[in-house]
Write a new protein. Structure first.
Length: 245
């Protein structure tokens, strides 16, 4: 009798764990992103072109995220993501311009850094959960960056370190019996003359709890504050690994 009770207890515990596994989930991912930079920045009366003036071209960055989903209906799920998004270059400029009250002269070398690195904290709800998965929520994107130009004792900069609320949509479409899937993720906000659009599209193959994903990410930012402006596009392909438990 005692052995039967122990066996039943083990079966009940196993069923409980299996049930929890169905309703509590975690996922994580990391990828390398080949970034192409384009745009211009302004701190004063003149715009500085990132390609022509600063010599920006391509850079490689990385991004990683973790997400946790739970069974409590009224509470949102949570997702955290960190993206390294910065580029540095030394370029001999071909024209005179000013930036943040500092004058830069044609023919001299200018060291520049543009940093749009950010951390996303997202609260979301799962709207669909079958072969189509759809999550909707709110992201707070915390920038920790700047644009800095330095040459021969002059150092001009503008800070890019404000938290920005953004709408969040994340969709995944599983192709039955294949392990293949397509995904789309968007963070978007627009207010006045300011707009940020960040869209990722991916194709992946999942075997067990591990997936490989190839995709394209486009990040557009247009920010304006008095005489400081930034209009920057960073886009390119990425390759990553995803774990879904």
């Amino acid at each position: 009798m005692q052995k039967r009770l122990i066996a039943l207890a083990i079966l009940a515990a196993s069923a409980s764990v299996a049930t929890q596994a169905d309703i509590v989930g975690a996922s994580a991912g990391a990828y390398m992103w080949k970034q192409s930079w384009d745009g211009d920045v302004k701190a004063g009366s003149q715009s500085v072109d990132m390609n022509k003036d600063l010599g920006y071209d391509d850079e490689t960055g990385k991004s990683f995220y973790v997400a946790l989903e739970h069974p409590v209906p009224v509470l949102p799920n949570i997702r955290l993501q960190r993206t390294d998004l910065d580029i540095s270059e030394t370029n001999q400029i071909s024209r005179d311009f000013s930036f943040d009250g500092k004058d830069y002269t044609a023919g001299e070398s200018v060291n520049s850094t543009t940093d749009l690195t950010h951390t996303d904290a997202t609260l979301y709800y799962e709207i669909l959960d079958n072969w189509v998965n759809l999550d909707v929520g709110l992201t707070v994107r915390m920038f920790d960056g700047e644009v800095r130009l330095a040459a021969a004792g002059r150092d001009g900069s503008i800070e890019l370190d404000a938290p920005v609320p953004m709408g969040y949509i994340n969709a995944r479409f599983d192709l039955p019996l294949t392990g293949l899937y397509a995904s789309a993720l968007a963070n978007v906000i627009s207010y006045g003359d300011n707009k940020i659009t960040d869209i990722s599209l991916g194709l992946g193959y999942e075997f067990g709890v591990v997936g490989l994903e190839l995709g394209y990410r486009n990040f557009d930012v247009d920010l304006e504050d008095d005489d400081e402006e930034a209009s920057v596009t960073v886009d390119g392909y990425f390759l990553g690994v995803v774990i879904d438990i």
